[in-house]
Ligand binder design. Structure first.
Ligand code: SAH
Length: 272
């Protein structure tokens, strides 16, 4: 909970998830903090500048894309010590590929208190753009957030081919520029006609959705010219709306014959 009045000095630095891009997809808590910030250090490579319109006039806005860790930490720590109201603004949710932990360790070392305000991860904005549910009974009951191995190594047991073996819904961050390497890793476990979607800048005005299958997605993404700021989504759930009625298994949550803590089951008519 934030203090009711944010216009006085703050007792901590706030690390805020900006959401996926659309300025009204930040949380109310995050927006209130931006409204009162004196200094905002934002991840300029990904945060939509439109979100910065929530900042008050005269706020100092620093783009961390050009900074190394010591500079970022100095901007947060020095600002806080000078009595500034400081926000560190991350894209999506700070806990997903946010290079967050190294910043938190430095804040701890400097004895600067902090609080994290979650944000809507881009994966969720991609699901919304695609109009899908990532989890469907008897199709997929798990969602894997991962990335293709690049300059950042991936631990053993988490290589893409290992995760593909589960056959469930896969959301790949930071990988679209290597989609030609992603597809062969997946092909060992997913059928060639498995639906794949690429969502570029989910929730931004320039949002773009490319749909295909494991067989044709590389060419389609190349034709669309998408090289960054995109997610790759893989799995049968992408075709959920097309599953024929006789094969579709609806969730038990709203099944009239399935009772739970909030609703009694209606006894099924005999013979049905
Ligand atoms: N913390 C962020 C992810 C940061 S890693 C989050 O919660 O979403 C950066 C990667 O996230 C990008 O390479 C891209 O794969 C993905 N990404 C971030 N914003 C996106 C958006 N609006 N649309 C699609 N992908 C996005």
């Amino acid at each position: 909970m934030l203090p009711a009045d944010l216009s006085g000095p703050w007792a901590r630095v706030y690390v805020v998830g900006a959401g996926p891009g659309a300025p009204d997809l930040i949380t109310e808590r995050g927006r209130r903090l931006l409204n009162h910030a004196d200094r905002i250090v934002y991840a300029g490579s990904l945060v939509n500048p439109a979100v910065l319109a929530h900042a008050p006039e005269g706020a100092e806005i620093l783009d961390s894309a050009q900074m190394a860790l010591p500079e970022i930490v100095a901007a947060l720590v020095d600002g806080f010590r000078q009595g500034m109201r400081v926000v560190r603004l991350h894209t999506g949710d700070p806990s997903i590929y946010g290079a967050l932990t190294e910043q938190l360790r430095e804040l701890n070392r400097a004895q600067v208190p902090f609080e994290i305000v979650p944000g809507v991860p881009s994966a969720m904005a991609a699901a919304a753009a695609l109009g899908v549910e990532f989890t469907l009974p008897e199709v997929a009951q798990s969602v894997i957030f991962t990335r293709m191995e690049g300059r950042t190594p991936v631990p053993d047991g988490e290589k893409l081919a290992d995760l593909a073996a589960h056959g469930t819904t896969l959301v790949l961050f930071l990988s679209v520029q290597m989609i030609h390497k992603v597809v062969p890793e997946l092909a060992a476990h997913y059928a060639p006609d498995t639906p794949v979607a690429v969502v570029y800048k989910a929730s931004w005005p320039e949002q773009q959705v490319v749909r295909g299958t494991l067989t044709d997605i590389v060419d389609k993404v190349r034709a669309a010219g998408i090289k960054a700021t995109a997610l790759i989504v893989v799995g049968q759930v992408l075709d959920g709306a097309e599953i024929p009625d006789e094969a579709f298994r609806a969730s038990k949550l709203y099944d009239p014959t399935f009772g739970h803590g909030f609703r009694k089951a209606v006894r099924q008519a005999e013979g049905s």
